[in-house]
Design a protein around this ligand. Structure first.
Ligand code: DC
Length: 228
C-alpha cells in the first residue's frame, strides 16, 4: 500500500530548506508549507504597525488576529497577510532582522504551531521550519535536518537580497544570520534542534537539486513511499 508521506525539514536560516522543500514537493506532487513565511508575515505586520517586537502580549495578540494565507503557484508560494500580498515584503532586510524576536515569543509560537499542524494533517506534504520534526509534526514519516556553514548561508541570503536590489554588506548579513541561529537555538520554547530520528544533510557546496536527490533516495528506501 502506497501512502502520501509527511516530510519535515528543519535547519537554520539559509541552509536551503525552502528551495529544497519546494523542489521536492514539486517532484513528488506534494504540497509545500513554508512555516518561516508565517513567522515572517507576523514580523512584517508588527513592523508596519510599529508594535514593540519584544512585547510578547502585543505580538501574540497580533498573531492571533492575523489571517495568513499561503497559495502554491508554479512560480512558488504566494503569501498573503490579511488579504494583502506580502510575498516579496517578508523577504526584506528589516524582516530578516526582526523575525527571530517575534518567533521567540511562546504566544506567537502557540498560534502558528496550531495552524501549521492543521496544514500537516493530510499527508502528501513537505513542511519546513525550525521545529517541524520536534514540535509541529513529531510523527512525520521522514525528518531531515538541513545545515550548511555560516559563511555559505550568509552568502545565499546576501545573494537573495541582492537579487531584489537590496545591497547589504556580507558582514551585516553574516551577523544577522548568526544572531538568528542564536535566537533559534537558545530560546526556551521549541528551540532549533535535530529531531530524534532526523537525518542530517549538509548542503554546503551542493545544489538544491543534489540535496533533493539525496532526500528522494532516502524516501525510495521506504517501501510505503508514493511518488504521486
Ligand atoms: O526559515 P526562515 O528563514 O524563513 O524563518 C524565518 C524566521 O522564523 C526565523 O527567525 C526562524 C523562525 N521560524 C521559527 O522559529 N519556527 C519555524 N517553524 C519557522 C521559522
Amino acid at each position: 500500500m502506497h501512502r502520501r508521506l509527511t516530510i519535515a525539514i528543519d535547519g537554520p536560516m539559509g541552509a536551503g530548506k525552502g528551495t529544497v522543500a519546494r523542489l521536492l514537493a514539486n517532484r513528488l506532487g506534494y504540497v509545500y508549507v513554508d512555516t518561516g513565511a508565517m513567522y515572517r508575515a507576523i514580523a512584517w505586520k508588527a513592523l508596519q504597525r510599529q508594535v514593540d517586537l519584544d512585547d510578547e502580549a502585543s505580538v501574540g495578540r497580533l498573531a492571533a488576529a492575523t489571517e495568513i494565507r499561503i497559495d502554491p503557484t508554479p512560480q512558488g508560494l504566494r503569501v498573503f497577510c490579511d488579504g494583502e500580498e506580502v510575498t516579496a515584503a517578508i523577504r526584506a532586510f528589516d524582516v530578516n532582522a526582526a523575525v527571530g524576536r517575534v518567533a521567540s515569543h511562546p504566544a506567537v509560537r502557540a498560534t502558528l504551531t496550531g495552524r501549521a499542524r492543521e496544514m500537516g494533517q493530510s499527508g502528501g506534504i513537505v513542511m519546513d521550519g525550525r521545529d517541524i520534526g520536534t514540535v509541529v509534526l513529531p510523527d512525520a514519516d521522514v525528518k531531515i535536518y538541513l545545515d550548511a556553514t555560516l559563511d555559505e548561508r550568509a552568502r545565499r541570503r546576501c545573494a537573495e537580497l541582492a537579487a531584489k536590489g537590496e545591497r547589504v554588506p556580507f558582514e551585516t548579513v553574516c551577523g544577522i544570520v548568526a544572531d538568528d541561529d542564536d535566537r533559534a537555538m537558545m530560546r526556551t520554547t521549541a528551540p532549533l534542534r535535530q529531531a530524534p530520528g532526523a537525518i542530517r544533510i549538509d548542503s554546503t557546496g551542493r545544489s538544491p537539486e543534489q540535496v533533493a536527490d539525496e532526500i528522494e533516495s532516502i524516501l525510495r528506501k521506504d517501501p510505503h513511499v508514493s511518488h504521486r
